[in-house]
Write a protein that binds this ligand. Structure first.
Ligand code: NDP
Length: 479
């Protein structure tokens, strides 16, 4: 055997990851794909990589030094299970199987347990950054045993993106079993929220303030020099500058306004619902894509009455600055909620996730990479038990500075009939966190009225019920 790492599944992601691995000092990469043509094509196109080509699982296993380390990059679901099963049969105790696909974290938990019982290590690694990231440096979120990370860590560090600020590789041992895939899923959920907030800012500037896409491109480019600096803001400016070659119109105007999705946003919201963690910003983003993709409902709704003419803005520059601040504040809420769901899942599954380390590995290589993530890492380093990111000094001050503008933007959106579910739900969340009392008291009273669900009192311990249909006396029903 001569290869220290292998890749199974040589479609675009696997091939690029294999090439990335091969280009790094110290790695020798064995490759295997179910259909051998793919292996032959890759190996002949990239002689410089020095791949060890194999055409059977047995040969693949024989090519790897112990502990064998193989990264699977095939379709999530049944295909991944099939490949894991074949590798597990050919590998020996102590060997390491890594799933680099977009698996459901619950599948990863199940697979890890099954392989652990057979003496094998299973690492569920979220890999973000798409094809380009796989080739030039992704952000990697591995979950698995600490023992396997001793082998896997140096391999991943050799290929991960590096943060501009300090050159640190964007990979950390996230936690055990499903932790890595969970964090990758939440990364995607946050990506949905980020994109939705940017889209709302665009819509307000376009329809609210009447700017042309090319002008908004310049606004975004300007925003990208400040606290909003991020990959998504940068590419938004590029997209808005683009002119359609066929019609000469702004490109954004000729794209059908129905957003697609592949499921990770929905998974994030489903997980948050099960964990009882409000991630309203991410949920609104998933729902907004859903609403956009129901043309029959939108057609039926097109005649619903609105505010008539768009509202007249007195000062367009001031409005642009307000929108920037509303975007920043809403973004803080989306990330705060995203880290909340990671924290609650970590405690539910015993993952011990270091939120600051997660923020750090998102600084480069992945879609949500941004300057902002360095600040999040600092906030968690300063206070690892932080219960809500927005309450950390840096972020509470930033949200506090933005809140007046945020309120003006949300009210302008409502008055002008421009939907801004991300901005408005984030503001509602912020105000709910601040509220000295919530009307949950009334909800508890209602629940006790119709279902005898009981309530607690503010003035002492105990669980109580009022005889609503009788004499309305109160009885204590528990401690
Ligand atoms: P695909 O998801 O299209 O999967 C194709 C690969 O799966 C081929 O190598 C194919 O082999 C193999 N395969 C499918 N079924 C089986 C099976 N039953 N047994 C063995 N092999 C099988 O490839 P991608 O490169 O697009 O993606 C790979 C993984 O990476 C996926 O999990 C995907 O979700 C994830 N991904 C992640 C991205 C990111 O940004 N992180 C972006 C894109 C993908 P064959 O050639 O024989 O058909």
């Amino acid at each position: 055997p001569s290869a220290n790492v292998g890749v199974v599944g040589l479609a675009v992601m696997g091939a690029n990851l294999a090439r990335n691995l091969a280009s790094r000092e110290g790695n020798r990469v064995a490759v295997y794909n179910r259909s051998p043509e793919r292996t032959r094509t890759l190996v002949s196109a990239h002689p410089e990589a020095g791949f060890v080509a194999t055409e059977s699982v047995a040969d693949f296993a024989a090519a790897l030094t112990r502990p064998r380390t193989a990264i699977i990059m095939v379709q999530a679901g049944k295909a991944t299970d099939a490949v894991i099963s074949e590798l597990a049969d050919a590998f020996e105790p102590g060997d390491i199987i890594i799933d680099g696909g977009n698996a459901q974290y619950t599948d990863t938990i199940r697979r890890e347990l099954e392989l652990r019982q057979r003496g094998l290590h299973f690492v569920g690694a979220g890999i973000s950054g798409g094809e380009e990231g796989a080739l030039n440096g992704p952000s990697i979120m591995p979950g698995g045993s600490a023992e396997s990370y001793e082998t896997v860590g140096p391999i991943f560090r050799s290929i991960a993106a590096r943060a501009e600020e300090d050159g640190e590789p964007c990979v950390t041992h996230v936690g055990t079993d499903g932790a890595g895939h969970f964090v990758k899923m939440v990364h995607n959920g946050i990506e949905y929220a980020d994109m939705q907030l940017i889209a709302e800012a665009f819509d307000l500037l376009r329809r609210g303030a009447g700017f042309e896409p090319a002008e908004i491109a310049e606004i975004f480019a300007e925003w990208n020099t400040g606290e909003l600096e991020s990959y998504l803001i940068e590419i938004t400016a590029e997209v808005l500058r683009q002119v359609d070659a066929r019609t000469g119109r702004p490109f954004v105007d000729v794209v059908l306004d129905q957003a697609g999705q592949k499921g990770t946003g929905t998974w994030t919201v489903q997980a948050a619902l099960s964990l009882g963690t409000p991630i309203s910003g991410i949920a609104e983003a998933v729902f907004a894509r859903g609403l956009s993709s129901h043309p029959e409902q939108r057609l039926a709704g097109a005649h619903l009455e609105g505010p008539g003419s768009p509202i007249a803005l007195e000062d367009r520059d001031a409005f642009v600055e307000d929108v920037r601040q509303a975007l920043y504040a809403s973004k803080i809420i989306a990330y705060s909620q995203g880290f909340d769901v990671i924290r609650t899942a970590a405690s539910q599954y015993g993952w011990h996730i270091d939120s600051g380390a997660v923020a750090k590995i998102w600084r480069a290589g992945c879609i949500i990479r941004a300057r902002f993530l360095g600040r999040i890492a600092e906030a968690y380093q300063a206070d690892p038990s932080l219960v809500s990111l927005v309450t950390a000094p840096f972020f509470s001050e930033a949200a506090g500075r933005a809140q007046q503008a945020w309120r003006r933007v949300v009210s302008t959106a409502a008055l002008s009939g421009v939907p801004a579910p991300g901005f408005s739900s984030s503001l509602a969340y912020y105000d709910a966190l601040r509220a000295p009392r919530l009307p949950a008291s009334l909800i508890q009273a209602q629940r006790d009225f119709f279902g005898a669900h009981t309530y607690r009192r503010i003035d002492g311990p105990g669980v109580f019920h009022t005889e609503w249909s009788g004499d309305r006396s109160e009885t204590q029903t528990g401690e």
